[in-house]
Design a protein around this ligand. Sequence first.
Ligand code: XMP
Length: 326
Amino acid sequence: MNGNVRPESMERITTEELAQKFIDEQIEQLKKQIGNKKVLLALSGGVDSSVVAALLIKAVGQQLVCVHVNHGLLRKGEPEQVIEVFRGQMNANLVYVDAVDRFLDKLAGVSDPEQKRKIIGAEFIRVFEEEARKQDGIEFLAQGTIYPDILESDGVKAHHNVGGLPEDLQFELVEPLKLLFKDEVRVVGKALGLPDNMVYRQPFPGPGLGVRCLGAITRDRLEAVRESDAILREEFSKNGLEGKVWQYFTAIPDLRSVGVKDGKRTFAYPVIIRAVNTKDAMTATVEDIPFALLQHITQRITTEVENVNRVLYDLTPKPSGTIEWE
Ligand code: XMP
């Protein structure tokens, strides 16, 4: 039987009990497959790689080497959470790589969105490969492949997400989630004790804030988009919109406009709020956010975030817009 086809008899994992059964079976299998060898995993902190990490920690403990690459395009608090959850709570063997300057230097002056994606993807593989070479005796590479990645013939994970297999490093693949759908991965993650804001988090593109800091990335605008996104998330969470809206974030264009602050003229950037609902990301509708909340978020962003003097709300469904701006 082809190991990449989900058997019709496979029960859908909907409860903690079923998740526990899956976890126990996987731990057995992983132990058998890996033995006393070492496994490498690129741990982004996204749902899929986090669940793979948590499973492997249970199965092979310190034989798992997690590599978390901070490319400078993560959301506020993400690298800290990965370190806290995996090193702090799960005692994982975690290598944290601060590659911020490296990525931002490579991206300097590059404004074409696809070019930006290519640079981020290629640089990620390079950094990951360098870390892999520093480790002795790695024989396996774990990946957070899930069933939709296998079903979609163009391999969305490979094409969409940052990362990939270093070509000349010969590793055997370990893909414990490859027959699961996303909702099942979340149930398993919850049963493994991962925090809710990791398990239920909204989709976040592999190239991260790199495609939300529009045009050529600059550090001032990157900070502004990171800070404004954190305010938006905080307000959505406080106001019961987290989990209700499919995806929400801010983007910052590469243009400035005139404003006024404390009686003085400013020449600063606008921030764009995007909040959409969708089933499959092929089409999307705009969330009807209460106007008072939009005003409150605007007030916070324009006072708390440096280099920003306006906030705009994107009312465009998909089509004609896409969800992201780049
Ligand atoms: P668009 O902008 O095409 O986005 O309407 C649809 C969904 O895909 C996500 N997206 C990406 N995810 N790498 C990713 O991993 C990417 O380069 C990328 N571009 C868009 C987007 O966030 C939305 O959920």
